[in-house]
Design a protein around this ligand. Structure first.
Ligand SMILES: [Zn+2]
Length: 603
């Protein structure tokens, strides 16, 4: 995979990085036996299946099958190529990589998309600079400074269908990545006709946590009624809406420092607050909040203040979004702005100190929901009170921490003048129902993903082939002679396992750390996951198990041959001379199987 970088350098870099320390920068790991655990960043789950082994320096998720070493983790988590992961750790460890030419770099699919976005962002930013005079009034009215424009690389695209497309054509750039990031679209009627997604808009580049542009938001400048106010990039290989919050790349250190985050809805809200020194802020930018967003936030702080518009839509967004964050055990408070204000207009008209005063008065999410339900349902007669109580039981039961459930039950009991024990009992019951429902969906989801990812690969002696590789990886000096004597590549029916077998056969002897070397040689994430899964398990009595695997592989190979022959026989009339010939071959193969059985029985 990486012929130009010597293995010993890759080894040294990997050995200088501790996988527990590295992953801890992104996820909060908890010690569990000799391993560490947390909830998986690569699939949605409630109970932690993501496991890190400090002994073996590998990670594996028992829920979705993601696994590998430090490089594999970075590649998956940061969505970067192997060479980029290597460069990142090389800079960090000070272990230099040999120089290689730019075009020798393996440019990953992700890279191409990032580059397309960067090219577009640069173009839009240049266009804003060129057209600044025309746009000046707009920015003055909105009080967006030149520094803010520069820092967040705000761009502009004029009212044409082909601004970006022309740039691509003129510079002879490959079109594919621009189509994949959704910057350029194909006409449905005539696929040869291409046009830009964004036109006559202000452009806000959206960065991931590595500071690379994954998407754009475009704000309409025409002010016509039938044009949507915002247009956003679609999801792509590098953009998953539920894992990105606008501005987090810039604000995360401030969020850590202030120990809470202010969540706003719009790009302009974010920019206005940030520009005014309120920097612990992120924007949801029109996306509904998800569990993944909650996880993302929790990396920096458990405390969230939702600061949404005062209109009905804002209140609804706050109760929906707040519920998600609340369920995920974040401390959620809510500020609803007065009248028709949004955070942007509020800060401009009233200044930062009034804004901070408002944040100070933010309501706890449970109180906010209660007041909101009391307003919408009413709280006068018994039936209204009962309905509000039922709704509030749902809210509190969704929280995953039983101690906090009790605390809220106590609070509500006082407010509703109900016996606390009755309320707690109801909440517990509801909570159990919710949890069992979640477990079921978690389980079916992971079964589903397992099935899809492996598709039709389950052929022949799948497990035996894989286990031979595992035994080789764990006990190479001890077993390689016998394995390579008895088994050859033809015995492997699954192509990915066959190629790993060949790698081990041809290069295994020269490698010091075979496991980690092989992990850097495989490109298929699923196969990496499969191997790391088994590296977590110690094989008892490897010699006997090895015999068993060799036997199974050999027999399966002959069995396969027999199946093929029988298939052919079925299409032939028995009086054909070929038929007898094939029958003979079948019997020969059967004899082989008998021989193997006997030979292994004696061992
Ligand atoms: Zn997982």
């Amino acid at each position: 995979m990486m012929a130009q970088i010597p293995d010993h350098i890759i080894d040294r870099i990997r050995e200088s990085v501790d996988i527990v320390e590295l992953i801890s920068r992104y996820l909060s790991l908890r010690k569990s036996g000799k391993n560490y655990k947390t909830t998986c960043p690569f699939h949605t789950e409630k109970t932690p299946s993501f496991t890190v082994s400090p002994d073996k320096q590998i990670f594996y998720c028992f829920g979705c099958g993601a696994g590998g070493n430090v490089f594999n983790f970075l590649m998956r988590y940061e969505k970067i190529s192997f060479i980029e992961a290597l460069q990142k750790l090389s800079e960090e460890t000070g272990i230099a990589l040999p120089k290689f030419r730019e075009d020798e770099k393996k440019v990953s699919e992700y890279d191409r998309l990032y580059r397309a976005n960067q090219i577009a962002a640069d173009l839009y930013y240049q266009l804003l600079k060129q057209n600044y005079e025309k746009l000046q009034d707009y920015f003055k009215k909105r009080e967006i400074s030149g520094e803010t424009i520069d820092q967040f690389r705000i761009g502009y695209v004029p009212d044409r269908w082909d601004t970006l497309f022309n740039e691509i054509t003129q510079k002879k750039l490959p079109l594919e990545p621009f189509l994949k990031t959704g910057l350029v679209l194909e006409s449905e009627k005539d696929r040869s006709r291409k046009y830009d997604r964004f036109r006559n808009r202000l452009i806000f580049p959206v960065h991931n946590l590595s500071g690379r542009i994954v998407a754009f938001g475009g704000r309409d400048l025409s002010n016509t009624e039938d044009t949507p106010k915002y247009v956003n990039s679609p999801e792509s290989a590098i953009y998953n809406k539920s894992q990105i919050l606008y501005g987090l790349f810039y604000s995360r250190d401030w969020i850590r420092q202030e120990e809470y985050v202010i969540m706003v809805e719009g790009y302009m809200d974010f920019l206005q607050l940030f520009q005014n020194g309120i920097k612990n802020v992120v924007a949801t930018s029109g996306t509904a909040l998800t569990e993944d967003h909650a996880k993302l936030i929790r990396r920096y702080t458990p405390n969230v203040v939702l600061c949404y518009d005062g209109d009905a839509a804002g209140i609804q967004a706050a109760s929906r979004g707040g519920q998600i964050l609340f369920q995920e055990n974040l401390n959620v408070r809510v500020v609803i702005l007065p009248g028709t204000e949004d955070p942007d207009s509020f800060v401009r008209s009233r200044g930062t100190s009034e804004f901070y005063a408002l944040i100070k008065q933010a309501e706890d999410f449970v109180d906010f929901r209660l007041h909101q339900l009391q307003t919408t349902i009413g709280f006068k007669d018994v039936s209204q009170k009962a309905r509000v109580t039922e709704e509030m039981i749902d809210v509190v039961a969704s929280h995953s921490d039983p101690i906090k459930q009790n605390f809220y039950a106590n609070l509500l009991a006082q407010k509703f003048q109900i016996q606390e024990s009755t309320l707690i009992e109801k909440i517990r019951k509801k909570s159990r129902i919710l949890r069992s429902r979640e477990r079921k969906t978690d389980l079916s989801r992971s079964l589903e993903s397992g099935k899809n990812s492996l598709g039709t690969l389950f052929t022949g002696a799948w497990n035996a082939e894989k286990d031979i590789l595992i035994i080789l990886l764990n006990h190479f000096p001890h077993v390689h002679n016998i394995v390579f004597q008895l088994i050859d590549e033809e015995d492997f029916l699954n192509p990915p396992f066959r190629s790993i077998f060949n790698l081990l056969k041809n290069h295994g002897q020269q490698q010091e750390d075979l496991i980690h070397w092989i992990l850097t040689q495989i490109e298929d994430e699923k196969i990496i996951g499969l191997l790391t899964a088994d590296l977590f398990v110690e094989i008892q009595n490897p010699d006997r198990y090895l015999n068993d695997c060799i036997q199974r592989i050999k027999i399966t190979r002959y069995q396969y041959r027999i199946d093929e022959l029988r298939q052919t026989m079925r299409q032939l009339p028995p009086d054909q001379p070929d038929y007898q010939d094939i029958l003979k071959q079948v019997n020969e193969n059967l004899t082989q199987i008998q021989k193997i059985r006997k030979a292994f029985a004696q061992k």
